[in-house]
Design a binder for this molecule. Structure first.
Ligand SMILES: Cc1cc2nc3c(=O)[nH]c(=O)nc-3n(C[C@H](O)[C@H](O)[C@H](O)COP(=O)(O)OP(=O)(O)OC[C@H]3O[C@@H](n4cnc5c(N)ncnc54)[C@H](O)[C@@H]3O)c2cc1C
Length: 599
């Protein structure tokens, strides 16, 4: 079975839950009319379902190959990428000024989800290119923008992100790659980067590496890191390809999942290019301010990795439902003439609802966050821009951290639905589980996202943004409380979860200066608590929207399923929030009790 984009749910989220209507009025976003959005998403669903999704399995069994310094991608990737570029998909969310289509982020979010669902391995190449484009848009000089952006946005060239070195993973202060200034204003780079996604491949004419490195005499730590553009081929006028730069792919990794995505060791300055020793690099922004620019790229990539979690979860869910409808096993607990399809069994229902509810919650949260980002970029009023920017920034670690953590559980539930076949590669469920496993690691592990949530996003503003969200959640819970049945139940669980968040935010803010180890011992549980509460909040809003649909007699089947999904999430997931809050506030005693020797 291949992938069918959940267009109906995507449209529901866009129109009922996000700020799409506001975004459509903003300068620069006028073209994103309802008709255009529908046409874009329908065409994306067709293209990705037909051209990219069928390659997902092939790329798992036929990984990217390395030979003599060059990478050959999985069978079918080259043709599919060519078609992707020709259709202009790389430019969907990028400015028209440089050849893109200028669609707002809230419209590109469902597109990105479909792209990732079709194939995580394939989609990583455009994902990294998007990040490079964002970084150049924010921090590049006019000349750099003119040289690189048109070719990146039209997809002829691709981008990479070069942070990691053997001794510098989560801790980028340890980056050692050297960049020595030259008389002509360029730099020469030497060093070795590891784990570079699509660091080499055969899909595009050129690869534009964005590389973190240190200049001679730079201060120690993150304050001495600069960001450079290092093209595989020196860029000529009008997108022409010049001399081969001194950067080579020394090998690729053999991985647990995402086999179609080449993960490269890149050596800068091996004297194998056509430019003499040292890779030629061009400084972005100022020396020693590289991490700030790289953060732009990382935030764009973090959001997209969160979308990857949702995407792989959706695909795992679709496969599990299909299997559960076909597999006949055991009589029904209430009695039946013979064995029934397993979708009949209450526990299989629980597994499927767990998958569905998590994916829908994470999807809604991510799309809502994307619409905040559009308002932050395009709104005329600076106060409104700032408010939405800080709301968006609070949500990024949740979209990245929570959506990816949940995707592993969702993919695991998908394996469970398949029983023994889930463990057998041919069934396909195992691939989603293996592929999902990287998502909580790259682009900053979940712990790094949680550190960001605790430090920059909560303690720094005294919990102000978090508190604003909590007030909004309480208002939704109060609205739900006006009705009985499912709505009253969802309301009660949402109130309790919002209160749990309030308790934890206060704990983080109060203890940050007095008992910082206790706060960080609860950082990932805080991220999970916030993720599930904010996701549950969106499903609660979805239940209210579905209620309106029912009143209008509009699509009752869909609306009832929305309410039931929100109710499920409330009883099974939101209900855990008070317990999680306890673990965070009281849990450090056990977490930190042992000495290193006692382990
Ligand atoms: C398939 C793949 C693709 C990748 N693609 C890229 C890429 O394109 N570009 C790139 O630059 N890098 C890339 N990476 C690297 C990736 O971003 C790093 O692996 C990741 O940031 C973690 O670094 P590390 O592996 O050194 O782990 P470490 O930093 O050694 O972490 C080990 C453990 O310690 C924990 N830890 C570390 N520091 C802290 C802390 N301060 N607080 C709490 N816990 C902490 C981590 O959470 C983790 O559990 C890729 C990696 C893989 C496997």
């Amino acid at each position: 079975m291949s992938y069918v984009a959940p267009l109906k749910d995507m449209q529901f989220v866009l129109h009922e839950l996000t700020e799409l209507k506001t975004v459509q009025q903003l300068p620069g976003c006028e073209e994103a009319t309802d008709d255009t959005v529908q046409a874009v998403l329908e065409e994306a669903a067709r293209f990705l379902g037909e051209v990219v999704a069928p390659l997902n399995r092939v790329s798992d069994t036929h990984p990217a190959q390395w030979k003599d310094g060059a990478v050959t991608t999985s069978p079918g990737f080259r043709d599919a990428f060519k078609a992707f570029v020709e259709a202009g998909w790389q430019g969907l969310q990028h400015p028209a000024e440089f050849g893109g289509q200028g669609m707002p982020k809230v419209v590109s979010a469902p597109f990105l989800e479909m792209l990732q669902s079709a194939s995580l391995s394939f989609a990583l190449c455009p994902l990294l290119t998007d990040g490079a484009i964002e970084a150049l848009l924010v921090a590049g000089s006019d000349e750099q923008k003119a040289t690189y952006l048109p070719s990146l946005i039209d997809g002829r060239w691709t981008g990479t992100m070069n942070l990691t070195e053997a001794q510098a993973g989560s801790d980028l202060s340890q980056v050692r790659t050297r960049a020595v200034p030259q008389f002509d204003g360029t730099y020469r780079l030497t060093g070795e980067k590891i784990f570079i996604t699509y660091g080499d491949h055969d899909l595009a004419d050129n690869i534009i590496h964005l590389v973190l490195a240190r200049t001679p005499g730079a201060p120690e730590g993150v304050k001495g890191i600069s960001l450079f553009i290092v093209p595989k081929f020196i860029a000529g006028a009008g997108g022409a390809r010049g001399a081969r730069n001194d950067v080579v792919c020394a090998s690729i990794e053999h991985k647990l999942g995402i086999h179609g995505s080449p993960t490269c060791v890149l050596v800068y300055g091996s004297d194998k290019g056509e430019v003499g020793p040292g890779a030629i690099g061009y400084l972005i922004g100022e020396e020693n301010r590289g991490l700030e620019s790289m953060f732009v790229m990382m935030n764009a990539a973090r959001f997209q990795v969160g979308m990857q979690g949702i995407a792989v979860g959706e695909r795992a869910y679709q496969r599990a439902v299909a299997y559960a409808r076909e597999r006949v096993q055991s009589r029904a607990v209430e009695g039946s003439k013979g064995p029934v399809t397993i979708i009949h069994h209450p526990d299989v229902r629980r597994l499927l609802m767990t998958m569905r509810a998590h994916v829908e919650a994470a999807r809604a949260l991510a799309y809502v966050a994307a619409s905040y980002q559009d308002i932050a970029h395009h709104h005329a009023d600076e106060v409104v821009r700032r408010k939405h920017q800080s709301a968006y920034e609070y949500l990024v670690p949740l979209v990245k951290g929570w959506s990816t953590e949940m995707s592993i559980d969702v993919a695991s539930a998908g394996v469970q639905v398949h029983g023994g076949m889930g463990f057998i590669e041919e069934a396909g469920a195992a691939q989603y589980y293996r592929d999902a496993r990287i998502l909580t690691i790259y682009e900053g592990t979940t712990a790094i996202q949680a550190n960001d949530l605790v430090g920059r996003k909560t303690a720094r503003d005294g919990g102000a943004v978090a508190q604003q969200f909590i007030v909004q959640m309480q208002a939704t819970a109060a609205e739900l409380a006006e009705y009985d049945g499912d709505f009253a139940e969802i309301s009660a669980r949402l109130f309790a979860a919002a209160n749990a968040c309030a308790t934890v935010v206060k704990f983080v803010v109060d203890q940050y200066k007095t008992d910082i180890r206790a706060v960080f011992a609860g950082s990932v549980p805080y991220l999970k608590l916030a993720g599930l509460t904010y996701g549950g909040w969106q499903l609660a809003r979805a239940a209210l929207a579905a209620r309106r649909m029912l009143e209008e007699g509009c699509d009752p089947d869909f609306a009832k399923a929305k309410i039931a999904t929100a109710r499920f999430f409330a009883d099974h997931v939101l209900a855990t929030a008070p317990a999680l809050a306890h673990s965070i506030v009281a849990g450090s005693a056990g977490t930190l009790a042992l000495t290193e020797q006692q382990f």
